[in-house]
Ligand binder design. Structure first.
Ligand code: ADP
Ligand code: ZN
Length: 601
């Protein structure tokens, strides 16, 4: 049996394993099961790819992401791995070909869609073959709590029943305990070795700001920090993704929309452009992104609030999988909270389910409103402790100023109480500011003791007070519609004057210094970098694969600084395996020599 480390170095061109990869691989190689929870970009794929090469037979990878299978297979073939896929996009003749190759033992890896796998025909076929392992990717799809639930995944327990001798490895980036337990139970992996990798993504910078003019804020952020980068902008509604994408296009960006309502071909075309071109901004609903294996997404921007911290973490986790600096940037306002609460109330599902969702949204709001380190709060949510403030989030970099809002909060809460907890923010502000609107007259609110007591703050400041009171759980938004605010148990001591409260002083969100452009070292040889990129682009185009399938940016950066001029030296670069050495070594070495010739004579 070839050793795992040899394969890592020779086939993948990486010098060493990351974190627990080696132990996970060992577990599978020895024929045991594993449940792997690793953040996006942590390096999950190697955990089944290498055992599939070490063990005799073909590794079968079950993935719901059929749109990505072609790219995954291409990337494997680039490394010299004999990979294929089976899903509904193949015509009958090609599928028959793949099946023949499988039976004849010509495949190392087979990617397959769950609905295909569970057909009895496929199961019979697999029983005639030697199977190295089953890898269940995106394993959280078995969870009925999550938003990625796939009914086909529930049937995957049959793997254990019908192939008891084949080791199984389930992988996911979803962290919460509920999902973890469901995966173990539904896939009969209770006895599997568990690997939970730290969820920190140190290269991602988290920032959450207040929404005042969403488009202009986004534009300022993109112009200052990502004028030529690939990234994802998440919106709640389909319409908004389309409007935002076309607006960004008028501002000079290559922006595309993505949502479940687009025709399938258009969706596929947009996704392909995002993967293949270098600076496409995808404006998308949450329908986009699961399993997007693009390492150089430099930012994820949220124009609307995600429903849960899990979703936020998963979506932002799509940034910076290559380990280079990346931004997770979000703006939100009270309106988002109201909208989400209404959507939740209107959704299907039991009362218990709604309560859990509510609880999760509250945690998300809490994250938005904290004035300390966001990373500490995030990791704390996932049950990890991060000892010191991280230094790479807005909480750490631009500490929020706070003000003593005790008096203002009492006024706000009393306005809610005295109007019978039946009104939304705008009317409550009118009451506080003593504005004589029709509605005020209609409900006789000009007689209230709180009428006009709030002159010291302007409307925006009052909105900020209400938003933070909701965010911190002093007020709730009425679920029946209209967004009326209601008092929560938590506000009693505050109303009785038994405690003080400090609120965040909202500032217009600062745009940080540009620091997340492609992570080039200061002293890089720019001419060489450009020439190498051009070479990579041409090769990628020739083979119609994304540029990063040829080499990652980090390999090109190393190429610039080492400037190898022999194949032997070239082979020592991280990311250069035997196959890529043979295929591309000469071409890149020629570029290096040429550039040096031009520069230094
Ligand atoms: P995940 O599936 O967990 O999101 P991937 O398997 O796509 O992550 O890996 C993320 C990136 O890290 C990939 O580009 C991969 O090639 C790289 N990578 C994984 N393991 C190693 C390693 N041991 N050394 C260097 N790079 C690695
Ligand atoms: Zn921090």
């Amino acid at each position: 049996m070839p050793a795992a480390l040899d394969i890592l170095q020779q086939t993948f061109g990486y010098p060493s394993f990351r974190g627990p990869q080696e132990t996970i691989i060992q577990t599978i190689v020895e024929g045991d099961d594993a449940l792997v929870l690793m953040p996006t970009g942590g390096g999950k794929s190697l955990c089944y790819q290498i055992p599939a090469l070490v063990r005799p037979g073909c590794g079968v990878v079950i993935s719901p992401l059929i749109a990505l299978m072609q790219d995954q297979v291409n990337a494997m073939r680039e490394l010299g791995v004999r990979a294929s896929f089976l899903n509904s996009t193949l015509d009958a003749a090609t599928a028959a070909d793949v099946e023949r190759a499988l039976v004849e033992g010509e495949l190392d890896l087979l990617y397959i869609a769950p609905e295909r796998l569970t057909q009895s025909r496929t199961l019979d076929l697999l029983k005639r073959c030697e199977i190295a392992l089953f890898a269940i990717d995106e394993a959280h799809c078995v969870s009925q709590w999550g938003h990625d639930f796939r009914a086909d995944y529930l049937q995957l327990s049959l793997l254990h029943e019908q192939f008891p001798a084949v080791p199984r490895i389930a992988l996911t980036a979803t962290a919460d305990e509920q999902t973890r337990l469901e995966i173990a139970a539904r896939l009969q992996l209770e006895d599997a070795a568990r690997f939970v990798v730290g969820f920190d993504r140190p290269n991602i910078r988290y920032r959450i700001g207040l929404k005042h003019n969403a488009r202009q804020q986004l534009l300022a952020f993109l112009k200052a920090e990502h004028p030529q980068d690939a990234g994802i902008v998440y919106c709640l509604s389909r319409k908004k993704t389309e409007e935002t994408a076309s607006w960004l296009t008028t501002q000079g960006f290559t922006a595309l929309a993505y949502h479940a309502g687009l025709p399938a071909e258009e969706r596929a075309a947009h996704q392909a452009r995002f993967l293949r071109e270098e600076a496409v901004v995808m404006v998308a609903t949450i329908a986009f992104g699961m399993g997007i294996d693009k390492p150089d997404v430099r930012f994820v921007a949220h124009l609307d609030l995600p429903k849960t911290i899990e979703a936020y973490y998963q979506e932002t986790g799509r940034a910076g999988r290559d380990g280079a600096p990346a931004n997770a940037w979000m703006i939100y306002g009270l309106q988002d909270v109201i909208k989400l609460r209404q959507m939740m109330q209107g959704s299907q599902g039991s009362e218990q389910h709604k309560r859990i969702e509510q609880h999760r949204l509250n945690a998300m709001l809490g994250l938005c409103e904290i004035t300390s380190c966001r990373r500490q709060a995030l990791l704390d949510y996932f049950g990890e402790t991060y000892p010191e403030p991280c230094g790479n989030c807005d909480g750490c970099l631009e500490p929020a100023q706070t003000w003593d809002a005790t008096e203002a909060c009492r006024m706000a809460l009393s306005a809610v109480a005295r109007t019978g907890e039946r009104f939304g923010v705008n009317h409550l502000i009118d009451v506080l500011k003593g504005k004589e609107t029709d509605k005020i007259w209609q409900f006789d609110h000009h007689h209230l003791p709180t009428f006009g007591v709030g002159d010291a703050l302007d409307n925006n400041q009052w909105r900020s007070v209400f938003r933070q009171l909701v965010g911190r759980g002093y007020l709730s938004v009425d679920l029946q519609g209209y967004g009326a605010l209601k008092l929560q148990e938590k506000c009693r001591p505050l109303l009785r004057g038994e405690c003080d409260i400090a609120l965040r002083l909202d500032q217009k969100q600062k745009v940080a210094k540009r620091q997340t452009k492609t992570p080039l070292p200061e002293d890089i040889n720019v001419a060489m970098w450009e020439a190498l990129r051009e070479c990579r682009r041409e090769l990628a185009e020739e083979q119609s694969v994304p540029p990063y399938v040829i080499f990652h940016d980090s390999t090109l950066v190393e190429m610039c600084s080492v400037a190898p001029k022999t194949l032997d030296a070239f082979s020592r670069l991280s990311g250069v395996g035997e196959r890529k050495l043979m295929k591309y070594g000469e071409a890149f070495i020629a570029v290096i020599k040429n550039t040096e010739q031009e520069q230094f004579g």
